[in-house]
Design a protein around this ligand. Structure first.
Ligand code: FYN
Ligand code: ADP
Ligand code: MG
Length: 599
């Protein structure tokens, strides 16, 4: 009530402000006719439209022209998480979208703020996470004539090729439609990032409150189910039935779909071994007997029929061809995906199953009756043997306790802490830190692992951690390479400000990949190394959080256990052997020199 009430004095102000603007006449006319009518404005309409659509949190960085919007949204009961850099606000929005199936909202200022948010928006689109980047923008008339406005930039044009959809709202009465279109675009079909451009002038436009209310849209069924065709389901089942060495690959699309029980039932009833992609870990517990994660290379090379569930045949799966898949590959693919054009993007898909994962998986389940034959015993046995061998090897490595802590001895601690706290969300980035954590730290529950995703992007750490803490209320454990942490490290202040239960462990080996590179000419240090023995824990102390140095697994275990139990913002500077680590972790082959050698 109070918020949308504008006093007569303010009304006059609003009228004055509107003089000389293109919509002035209309509003003048309207307000003139009904001077006593309750008024609303652009600020309130944006807030009301978001609230109407159950948006309860905004990840933002205030400034011209959206400062008042952040204040008013907070006053209206929307949780406002204010960051130190827009990229991290954007990453938080993206992760919130992935975790909740509601578009995460990032709010920024114009030009530079918008550009800072754009990397996150594009990354969200690449990862198929629903998010909306809302940026304030400068005067259209001046921007379009390139007359040099404050933070002048044609933001809509720049955003368009970099996200799923982009919209601009010029009139207050169109705010409802603009936000509805943004929500639908972000959530329907393949989820992705949407840009919404709100010029500064829009916020102070007024209109009659009742008409404003009527102009808002509550989006009904924003991600409609897409039921797969019966013949497509049959084709997929027939192919699976005939397989001698079947494999299921679960991707982050499967994690996003929140069809956890049916996915687990499909895997278990079919008896088919499965491989989780990184962010699908935990969809079934990594300790599940049908998991083939510990013998990844073997199953990819040997499988004759592979069913992809919300996973793309991109670089992370070697595009479905080449050495990884056995040469020459005779693998046949079934692909479950909501996007029809994903099919045949890299190799032929023998059985495309287009629809939402929940509907596709339940349709497949319908076809797996009591007469279903489990995969041939030789296949399961071959996988089992290799898996046991690899896991025994891994266990032996983890049991070692070298004099200086390395990735394995430190991650053995993390593995135990996560096992004891399976509800905790693990955020993970780096090169070696990422690759070792992925294979060493088992996940037990769906959507508990957030990482660098499709692009292998650094800098997601603190944004993802904040969103995980805010949306789940559970402890967050961020396992960060020292280089990776640097991209978003300033957000430790944000973490302290909101007192979030985030435990950051910086794997400090003094550099990118490792800390031992030397400049052959002397002078400056090598480009890959950092200040030696950096005191990352003091960054957390600076803002009132807990900062600890861990030189040994025992110290690391104590610090992590305390952090998770207390829920206090904590940064553990875990000192890792600076000689540990390989160039680019497990993707060394992508370095140009290695790639050239391979040819
Ligand atoms: C996995 N493995 C295990 C286990 N889990 N062994 C024993 N026990 C357990 N629990 C084995 C697995 O079988 C593999 O061995 C190996 O460990 C590695 O497993 P992973 O990580 O699943 O497999 P791989 O080949 O590294 O996966 C390819 C990939 C992955 C491309 C999907 O590397 C990836 O997601 N990379 C992202 C990298 C990235 O984005 N980096 C950021 C940029 S860094 P084998 O079966 O013997 O192969 C900039 O420099
Ligand atoms: P990963 O990297 O884990 O293999 P990808 O991001 O490559 O996963 O693939 C995710 C796939 O999931 C995308 O092709 C996307 O279209 C699809 N997807 C996302 N959500 C759904 C859904 N609800 N139903 C069906 N497919 C989905
Ligand atoms: Mg490092």
């Amino acid at each position: 009530m109070g918020r949308s009430q504008v006093s007569t004095g303010q009304n006059c102000m609003a009228l004055l402000i509107h003089l000389g603007q293109s919509q002035t006449k209309r509003y003048f006319h309207m307000t003139n006719e009904t001077p006593e009518q309750e008024q609303t404005d652009g600020f309130n309409l944006v807030i009301d439209a978001l609230k109407l659509n159950d948006i309860d949190t905004i990840y933002a960085l205030p400034g011209i022209p959206i400062t008042d919007l952040t204040r008013k949204a907070q006053a209206a009961g929307i949780r406002m998480i204010s960051f130190r850099h827009e990229q991290h606000a954007g990453n938080a929005a993206a992760a919130a979208g992935f975790l909740t199936q509601k578009p995460g909202i990032c709010l920024t200022v114009s030009a530079p703020g918008f550009l800072n948010g754009l990397t996150a928006l594009t990354n969200a689109t690449t990862n198929c996470f629903p998010m909306i980047l809302i940026s304030g923008s400068s005067e259209r008339e001046i921007v379009d004539l390139q007359q040099g406005d404050y933070e002048e930039m044609d933001q809509l044009a720049i955003a368009k090729p970099l996200c799923k959809a982009a919209f601009r709202v010029l009139h207050a009465e169109d705010i409802g439609v603009g936000i509805a279109r943004a929500i639908r675009s972000a959530l329907s079909g393949r989820p992705g990032g949407v840009y919404l451009d709100l010029p500064a002038k829009l916020f102070s436009q007024t209109m009659e409150a009742e008409a404003g209310k009527r102009s808002l849209i509550k989006v009904i069924d924003p991600a409609p189910r897409q039921i797969p065709a019966a013949d497509a389901v049959k084709r997929a089942l027939d192919l699976l039935k005939g397989a001698k060495r079947p494999l299921i690959v679960l991707g982050k699309g499967a994690a996003y779909a929140q069809a956890d029980a049916d996915i687990r039932a499909l895997v278990e009833k079919s008896g088919i071994p499965y491989l989780p992609m990184s962010m699908a870990k935990g969809l079934l517990p990594d300790t599940h007997e049908q998991s083939a994660a510990a013998t990844r290379s073997y199953v990819l090379a040997e499988a004759d029929v592979v069913m992809l569930v919300g996973a793309r045949l991109n670089w992370l799966l070697s595009h479905g061809k080449g050495k990884t898949w056995g040469t020459p590959s005779s693998t046949k693919f079934i692909q479950i995906d909501i996007s029809p054009t994903e099919m045949d993007s890299n190799v032929p898909i023998s059985a495309p199953l287009v629809g939402d994962i929940g509907s596709c998986v339940s349709a497949l389940l319908g076809g797996i009756g009591s007469d279903w034959a489990k995969p041939p015993a030789e296949w399961l046995q071959a996988i089992g043997e290799r898996k046991d061998k690899n896991m025994a090897k891994m266990a032996a490595t983890l049991a070692l306790n070298p004099a200086i802590m390395n990735f394995h001895s430190a991650l053995n601690v993390v593995r135990n802490v996560v096992k004891a706290n399976p509800e905790a969300v693990v955020v993970n980035e780096g090169a070696n830190t990422l690759d070792f954590t992925r294979s060493i730290v088992d996940m037990y529950l769906p959507r508990k692992r957030l990482d660098v995703g499709t692009w292998g992007i650094m800098g997601i750490g603190m944004g993802f951690a904040v969103a995980a803490a805010v949306t789940t209320g559970k402890p967050v454990i961020a396992i960060e390479g020292d280089s990776a942490f640097g991209f978003s490290g300033m957000e430790v202040e944000t973490i302290c400000r909101y007192n979030l239960p985030i435990c950051i462990v910086v794997f400090n080996n003094n550099g990118i990949y490792k800390g031992t590179d030397v400049n052959p000419l002397g002078g400056d240090v090598a480009p890959t190394v950092f200040v030696k023995n950096a005191r990352y824990e003091m960054m957390m102390q600076a803002f009132g959080g807990v900062g600890v140095v861990a030189n040994t697994p025992a110290e690391l275990a104590k610090a992590m256990e305390e952090a998770v139990a207390s829920g206090r913002p904590t940064l553990i500077n875990a000192i890792i052997d600076e000689t540990a680590g390989t160039e680019s972790g497990r993707i060394t082959s992508l370095n140009p020199q290695s790639a050239a050698k391979k040819k």
